[in-house]
Structure formats: structure tokens, C-alpha cells
Design a protein around this ligand. Structure first.
Ligand code: HSE
Length: 420
């Protein structure tokens, strides 16, 4: 039996989940893998307050060097969250030849180049399966069983909080603010929900997952990002009437000479595999030239599902004689600032002759063809809701049309991309 000595940076929810899993499942894991995992040290802010786990006093430390500088510790698991000091500590661990396991999408996305370079230099391993999709093994899949593919598309529901909110808005016809408040009350959304609802969390994740899928580094600042705060119950209801379900999607596409990386609300046809992924579940839909299409679905957050991925990475790190380093192009492909999609445009328009002609005229002027249209609440001289769904069109052309519409006769209330 080989002993694997671990140091945990942090013992909060995820760290505590890993502590529990190693303790409860350690014997079984030893039987299956021949590895005995031992947590030698866990870094905490205060030895008396550490999430209520029964951790022996000699394991707890408030000094990071007890982990980072201890030659006996082989694998450092980072659970601090946030950019710093997490990134610096991971870098130091790698510099000291220790493999690092982390679920920290922010630190990994922002510091991937230097962490990867250091791992290459010292031969230590950098493992981060839990950073995207929680328990779903998508990053390992991209780097190993799916490696014999030109991956053309990754499209995911990678944020459970927003999927929970959108699912309830759809089921109850409720508005965003009301569902958010309730989700916060139930502990299903953070007291400060910004990172989730503004799409930052999903953007970090597509920057990591897209980089591995397309072998080309995608930087966080290049990811186009819109959150769910402007979505209304009306959008969801009209979309549903026209055969669509609204999701917050993280989309990556390889167009050959450029890459798309974007996070925004999007309508999917009701029969798309991602359309039925509800509540706080995550799912990633992939297309590769040899496996064709595939969807991976599961729990993207929570102590136990995240610990499942972390401990899986620990086992990989302990087993691998040579740690795999994802190959990335030295000259990253540019991230596109324009792309093609279909568009759902919801407008409040004067119910008068010529209004439709103005809308369709502007669309025609940009070469955009209409695929479906619906008018509701019409009353001569009054205001009606007008929904237009376009055929595939360039993003920038649609933005020009929206800019050009005369608000005196037609106000655009929302524009939502239609994917799938
Ligand atoms: N905040 C994330 C979510 C979980 O709501 O899915 C951690 O990545």
C-alpha cells in the first residue's frame, strides 16, 4: 500500500467535503487503488473555527508554509477560492514539485499560463477537473478519452444558481427579482449573487473548458458576457409559446480561424438535450468530428459532488508517473467579437400602419431574414407586443438594426440569442 500525503489549503465547504470523503471512503479507495490517502495538514484561519469537522488538532495549521514547504506533502489541494492568495500558493506548491488539485475556476482561469508553465518546469501535476461542472468529468474527458477529435463546439449549462432561477421563473411565470430573493432565502443563491447572475462564474468556466477543447488559450477578458438580470417572465413565456426554453449558456465554438467564447441567456428548441436540464443541474453538450454529439450531465456544485471530482484528481495525481499537460497552441486563435446566431427580438410597438414595414425594412437592409413573428395585445392606435425571430444572422448586424429602430414607434425590450 502506498501512502499519499496531502495538504489542504482551506477546510470550508469543499475542503470539509474532501476531508469527509477521504475519511469515510478511504478504506474502500485504498482497496481499489492501492493508495492510502492521508491528510497531514489543513490550513485554517483559526484553529477553533473550521466548519465543525472533527479534525485532530495536530492536522490543523494557520501557517501556509507547514503545507507549501513540507517536503513530505506530495499533493496540495487548494480550497481557498478567489484569485489571491490562492494562485500564489498554487504556484509555490508547483515550484516545490508538489502536484496541485483545485476547483478554483477564478484563480485557474486568470493564472493558467503561469501555473501551467511552472507545472511543466518542475514536472508537478496541475489537476482541476472540479473547476468546471463539479462532479461531471468533462475536462478529463476532453484531455483523454475524447482527445482523438477536432472538438467544434462545447455548450454548457455550467452555473447551477442561474439554472435554478430560470427553471423556477419558467415553471411559475415569476419575475427574476422575486425568484432570486426566494433562492437567497433558501440558501440556493449567494447573499451577493453577482458572480453567478452576471455570468462571471460561467465565463471563467468557458475560458477553462474552451481552452482545453480547442487547444487554444481563451482569456477571461475575451469572453463575451451577459447575465440573467434582464430576463423577464414575459420573454420566457413568449419563447415557450414559440417552442423555446431559456437557459444561461456558456458557448465555445471553433470556427477554424477564430474561436467564439460567450456567456449569455439563450433560447434552445424544447427538444434540444440541454433544454430539459432543470434546477441546479449542470450539463455540457459537445460536438467532435469523430464522437459526433454527446451530453454530460450531473451536479455542478455542492460539497460531496465537488469532493468526488477532487478526490478523483488526487488519485490521478498519485497514479501518474508523468503528469499530463494539456497541449495549447503557442499562437492562440483570436476570440471573435462577432458571430452568427438566430435572434429573438421582443418589442413594444405602436399598432399602426407601417410599423411592421419599418422593422422588416431595417432587417432586410442588413440582409436579415425573419423566421417567425408574433403580435400580442394589439389594439388600433395602442401598443402591441411584437416578437420577431430571425434566421441565422451576424450579431453586429442585429445590433445595428436595434440601434436604428425609432423608439417613437417601436421600443426594443429585449434581444435574446436562439441557439441549438
Ligand atoms: N456558483 C456555482 C453555481 C457553483 O451556482 O453553479 C460553483 O462553481
Amino acid at each position: 500500500m502506498r501512502e499519499v500525503t496531502l495538504g489542504l489549503l482551506g477546510l470550508g465547504n469543499i475542503g470539509g467535503g474532501v476531508w469527509d470523503l477521504v475519511r469515510e471512503f478511504g478504506d474502500e479507495l485504498a482497496t481499489r487503488t492501492g493508495l492510502r490517502l492521508r491528510v497531514k495538514k489543513a490550513l485554517v484561519l483559526d484553529k477553533k473555527i473550521h466548519g465543525g469537522k472533527e479534525v485532530p488538532d495536530e492536522v490543523l495549521t494557520t501557517d501556509k508554509d507547514d503545507i507549501l514547504e513540507d517536503p513530505e506533502i506530495q499533493i496540495v489541494c487548494e480550497f481557498l477560492g478567489g484569485e489571491q492568495p490562492a494562485a500564489s500558493m498554487m504556484l509555490r506548491a508547483l515550484e516545490n514539485g508538489k502536484s496541485v488539485v483545485s476547483a478554483n475556476k477564478m484563480a485557474l482561469s486568470l493564472h493558467f499560463d503561469e501555473l501551467r508553465e511552472m507545472a511543466k518546469k518542475t514536472g508537478a501535476g496541475l489537476y482541476f477537473e472540479a473547476s468546471v461542472g463539479g462532479a461531471i468529468p468533462v475536462l478529463t474527458a476532453l484531455q483523454s478519452p475524447l482527445i482523438a477529435n477536432h472538438v467544434e463546439q462545447v455548450m454548457g449549462i455550467v452555473n447551477g444558481t442561474t439554472n435554478y432561477i430560470l427553471t423556477r421563473m419558467a415553471a411559475e411565470g415569476a419575475e427574476y427579482e422575486d425568484v432570486l430573493k426566494d433562492a437567497q432565502r433558501l440558501g440556493l443563491a449567494e447573499p451577493d449573487p453577482t458572480a453567478d447572475v452576471e455570468g462571471m462564474d460561467a465565463a471563467y468556466k468557458i475560458s477553462i473548458m474552451g481552452s482545453l477543447a480547442f487547444h487554444s488559450r481563451i482569456y477571461m477578458e475575451d469572453v463575451y458576457r451577459e447575465g440573467i438580470t434582464n430576463v423577464s417572465a414575459e420573454d420566457i413565456a413568449f419563447g415557450r409559446e414559440m417552442g423555446y426554453v431559456l437557459k444561461l449558456l456558456a458557448i465555445g465554438k471553433d470556427n477554424g480561424d477564430s474561436i467564439e467564447a460567450r456567456v449569455h441567456p439563450a433560447f434552445l428548441p424544447v427538444d434540444h438535450p440541454l433544454a430539459r436540464v432543470d434546477g441546479s443541474l449542470n450539463a455540457i453538450y459537445l460536438y467532435g468530428h469523430s464522437f459526433k454529439d454527446m451530453m454530460l450531465e450531473g451536479r455542478g456544485a455542492g460539497d460531496a459532488p465537488t469532493a468526488s471530482a477532487i478526490v478523483g484528481d488526487i488519485v490521478l495525481a498519485a497514479r501518474n508517473a508523468v503528469h499530463p499537460v494539456a497541449w495549447l497552441r503557442e499562437d492562440p486563435l483570436p476570440v471573435a467579437d462577432d458571430w452568427q446566431s438566430k435572434y429573438f427580438i421582443r418589442m413594444k410597438a405602436k399598432d399602426a400602419p407601417g410599423v411592421l414595414a419599418e422593422v422588416t425594412g431595417l432587417l432586410a437592409g442588413e440582409g436579415i431574414s425573419v423566421s417567425a413573428m408574433m403580435q400580442k395585445g394589439a389594439a388600433p392606435g395602442g401598443k402591441a407586443t411584437l416578437i420577431v425571430i430571425t434566421h441565422i444572422a451576424p450579431e453586429k448586424a442585429v445590433r445595428r438594426v436595434v440601434e436604428a429602430l425609432n423608439p417613437e414607434i417601436c421600443q426594443v425590450e429585449n434581444v435574446i440569442r436562439v441557439e441549438g
